[in-house]
Design a protein around this ligand. Structure first.
Ligand code: ARG
Ligand code: ZN
Length: 844
């Protein structure tokens, strides 16, 4: 059953107050609700429908009198009196049997919840929609030493704890945690002087892995005050780490719940990448307190209102805490690999979708990452000051509201006087615009001719031109900048911009900072790219020039069997040696376009990508580059060894990234000797894992695989790395067999989403392995998705997207994917989540 944005109507009642009592029991938890309803004066209809799924109704009362509601699919209906009334219900649920990890469930003996998007209806009967907001009082009864819910603590005593959340909130922000937990405590004083108690709650044994997350939390709280003027608004802020969790983390009011992989950190067990991600996710969830909680979404079509803005805010935070160019480049790498892939395949959908079957299927790179890009474009278009003003108005006007994208755009219109109706197309049109450009130079005037075109996407044949902010700079042939970054505002399908008074034909640097999420198509040559790699003042485009150089060379190798491009090899060696450049930047510039990015480029150009040929070209280039850079890699490796005690700082991480990029090249020539030395002496996970990867790549990992397991068998998060590394670094012809045998390992469990993804998700991270011509990668993933669907539809459905690129490939592969997808679809009782995904992938 499809739900449409156009069908939105307000709920017929408003809630004055919610009181919930939980009597915890693994098999038979009782949930008692007392909810004060009154008719909503703004609603056209007063149909008393409450959502409810997998609940056993024990009794229901209205104003104290027993009632017999009418049970209907997805909930219940009841006749209600005119005017205000008190609804009471008692239901029974079985958290221990809840393997879907949605609603109230158990993880390692601990009770926890995940309600976004529509999980609260698995806890009790309720209008489970974000536009119904209420103040909650919660009482938890049970034997657990720690029992938490949203808001501020109330009475606690033997066997119970009470919580009161003064801020009206939708049910998706409800949370409850109860278990044998220990805390890492701290305090924070807000700008206006309120004292806030902070805690990170973990299972005994993990207390030593909380300090970094706590610092990230305090940094986030300060940053949101300083940059957005947003203060925290409760006496306490709790974070809980949970091992079994479908996503990364959840912003429940005053009680954030995290996948333990996104909060626990220690030098021995976490890589620099883990640290950066943890810092960003802590910030993300904290920032939701204003962009998501105080201002929430009217309905789930508006998901990008909170997610796009909050991702944008967490990226600003990371840019401020670490290196802004490195953050921007990393974000664009991810955007291209995940969002462009989505936007150009059967699952393409607008940033604000207009229909869905299962909302959990729309927590996507498009809603999140492209949603964040739209905020960035808006800021570029109106300017920093106007952005600040608009945000101020947004918080002032909509605090306490369940808002829409229209509300969001209106604050920008009202503060700037701009008409944003064309900009709004970015929210409603799916697909990645192709921005092509040609140029002309005559009599000192240089002209750029742009044309934008967006290919059709499922359900959207024709596209209208969008507003595209194109940041451009011009360089002199001698390398000086003659025009600093200037934002061109493209609004037409074709549009030209001229720059005069130039003494020579300039070299353009277009789409600086990746100022719009588009695919730039421009004829260029290696000389020009090498020139920009050397001279561009914009760090993003400097990196992009090197990337394009690498990409074009690789495409020629794949298409024509060309030899590795000498221009690239020379330019990248010069760049790597350039001590004026940040080591983290150099490490990024030594990265090569991934298999996915290359497959996209080939497909875009009308070719059928051959995953094996792509993989081989990358291998050849890596080998040739290692030989070409032989004389500098040893120097780089030595120069960037960190001798100080480990710190997860950007500076140390950058040094390690560059040294480990060098180690990768060294390993190609020494067969793993240096990597083995690093493995043996590593005292932190960044160094250990980098060496482990090199050994696996060199085919010398057997001993390390054994030693790594031996050392880390009692640390779940590190063992996840052990599972995924073996699959990721396997030969493409063998990766599916490696993954299959790992599913037989005693530590494999499909009930734990992290472990499942570490094994089966890892397979799809190497397209050459997943798309192996035998089809065994497809078959293996399908087998396991079929099994997982019965337990955990949400994670199953998400992982189906691994098949989304299938139509790019040759007929043989297409037939095998189709068979795998049809096999999934034919599974009896397949979940709604997975059915929707597989159907869209097959039909789109
Ligand atoms: N709002 C959470 C975040 O952005 C994600 C929760 C997603 N949960 C889900 N079931 N789809 O951090
Ligand atoms: Zn979020």
């Amino acid at each position: 059953e499809t739900i449409y944005l156009a069908d939105y109507t307000a709920f017929g009642f408003v809630i004055d107050r919610v009181q919930l009592t939980f009597r915890l029991d693994p098999k038979a938890t009782r949930v008692l609700s007392r909810i004060a309803f009154r008719p909503n004066p703004d609603a056209a209809e007063h149909d008393f429908f409450l959502h409810g799924e997998e609940l056993k109704l024990i009794r229901a009362r209205i104003n104290g009198a027993e009632v017999t509601p009418q049970m209907v699919p997805g909930g219940l209906r009841c006749d209600v009196p005119e005017g205000p009334f008190l609804w009471e219900a008692e239901v029974e649920i079985a958290p221990e049997d809840n393997t879907a990890l949605e609603g109230l469930y158990m993880s390692n003996g601990m009770y926890c919840t995940q309600c976004e998007a529509e999980g609260f209806r698995k806890i009790t009967y309720y209008p489970d929609r974000p536009d119904v907001m209420a103040v909650f009082d919660v009482r938890i009864e049970g034997e657990m030493p720690v029992m938490l819910s949203n808001g501020n603590p109330g009475d606690t005593g033997n066997g119970f704890a009470e919580w009161h959340d003064p801020w009206p909130k939708p049910a998706y922000l409800f949370a409850l945690v109860a278990g044998d937990l220990v805390n890492h405590p701290d305090r924070f004083t807000t700008a206006s002087g309120s004292d806030v108690e902070l805690n990170i709650w973990v299972r005994p044994g993990d207390e030593g892995k909380c300090a970094f997350g706590m610092q990230a939390l305090k940094d986030s709280m300060r940053w949101d005050e300083e940059v957005y003027g947003r203060e925290y608004d409760l006496d306490i802020f709790n974070i809980v780490a949970v091992d079994d969790f479908n996503m990364g983390a959840m912003e429940n009011k005053g009680l954030n719940i995290f996948n333990s992989s996104c909060v626990l950190a220690s030098p021995e067990t976490s890589t620099d990448g883990n640290y950066e991600r943890i810092e960003a996710i802590i910030a993300h969830e904290y920032f939701h307190n204003w962009t998501g909680n105080r201002i929430t979404c009217r309905d789930w079509f508006q998901l990008c209102l909170k997610e796009g803005l909050t991702v944008y805010r967490d990226s600003q935070f990371t840019s401020d805490m670490r290196s802004a160019p490195v953050k921007r480049i990393s974000d664009v790498i991810m955007l291209r690999a995940r969002q462009f892939r989505e936007d150009n395949g059967p699952l393409a959908h607008p940033v604000r979708p207009e229909s869905f079957v299962e909302i959990n299927n729309f927590y996507t790179a498009t809603v999140y990452e492209k949603g964040a890009e739209l905020i960035g474009m808006l800021k570029t278009l109106v300017g920093d000051e106007a952005y600040d003003k608009a945000l101020e108005l947004y918080f002032e006007r909509h605090d306490g509201d369940a808002a829409t994208i229209e509300d969001w755009l209106k604050v920008f219109e009202d503060t700037t006087g701009r008409d944003l109706s064309q900009f709004k197309r970015w929210y409603s049109q799916a697909g990645t615009p192709r921005l092509s450009v040609t140029e002309e130079f005559a009599d000192g005037t240089y002209t750029l001719h742009f044309e934008q075109k967006t290919p059709p996407t499922p359900g959207q044949e024709a596209k209208d031109p969008r507003v595209i902010p194109i940041a451009v700079g011009l360089l002199n042939p001698n390398g000086d900048e003659v025009m600093p970054t200037t934002v061109l505002e493209m609004t037409e399908a074709r549009q030209s911009f001229s720059f005069d008074g130039l003494s020579a034909r300039p070299v353009p640097s277009i789409l600086r900072g990746f100022s719009a999420p588009v695919i730039l198509e421009r004829e260029s040559d290696n000389a020009e790219r090498a020139f920009l790699l050397a001279h561009d003042t914009d760090p993003f485009n400097k990196w992009e020039a090197g990337r394009a150089l690498a990409r074009d060379g690789l495409l020629a190798m794949i298409r024509e069997g060309a030899a590795p491009d000498q221009g690239y090899l020379d330019a990248v060696a010069t760049m790597a040696r350039d001590s004026a450049l940040d080591p983290a930047f150099r490490a990024l510039a030594l990265g090569l376009p991934g298999q996915e990015e290359l497959a996209q480029s080939l497909h875009d150009a009308g070719d059928t990508p051959d995953p094996q040929a792509i993989w081989e070209a990358l291998e050849t280039l890596r080998q040739t580059r290692a030989e070409h850079m032989q004389d500098i890699t040893a120097k780089l490796y030595a120069e960037f060894q960190v001798t100080e005690p480990f710190e997860p700082s950007a500076a140390q991480a950058g040094a390690r990234a560059l040294a480990n990029a060098a180690l990768g090249m060294i390993t190609r020539l020494d067969g793993g000797a240096q990597a083995q030395r690093q493995y043996d002496s590593a005292d932190n996970m960044t160094q250990q894992l980098a060496a482990f990867s090199c050994l696996l790549e060199a085919g010398k990992g057997e001993e390390a695989v054994r030693a790594f397991y031996e050392q880390w068998q009692n640390d779940r998060l590190v063992i996840d790395k052990w599972f995924s590394m073996q699959v990721i670094h396997a030969d493409p012809a063998e990766a599916a067999d490696v993954a299959a045998s790992l599913t037989q390992h005693q530590d494999f469990s499909m009930k734990n989403p992290n472990r499942f993804r570490a094994t089966l998700g890892a397979l799809a991270m190497s397209p050459a392995a997943f798309h192996h011509a035998s089809g065994k990668g497809y078959a293996l993933l399908a087998d396991w998705l079929i099994r997982l669907d019965a337990l955990n539809p949400q994670t199953t459905a998400r992982m189906c997207s691994q098949f989304e690129t299938w139509r790019r490939y040759d007929e043989g592969r297409q037939a095998k994917v189709k068979a795998a997808l049809e096999r999934i679809l034919a599974t009896p009782d397949l979940s709604r989540d997975t059915t929707e995904m597989v159907t869209r992938i097959l039909e789109g």
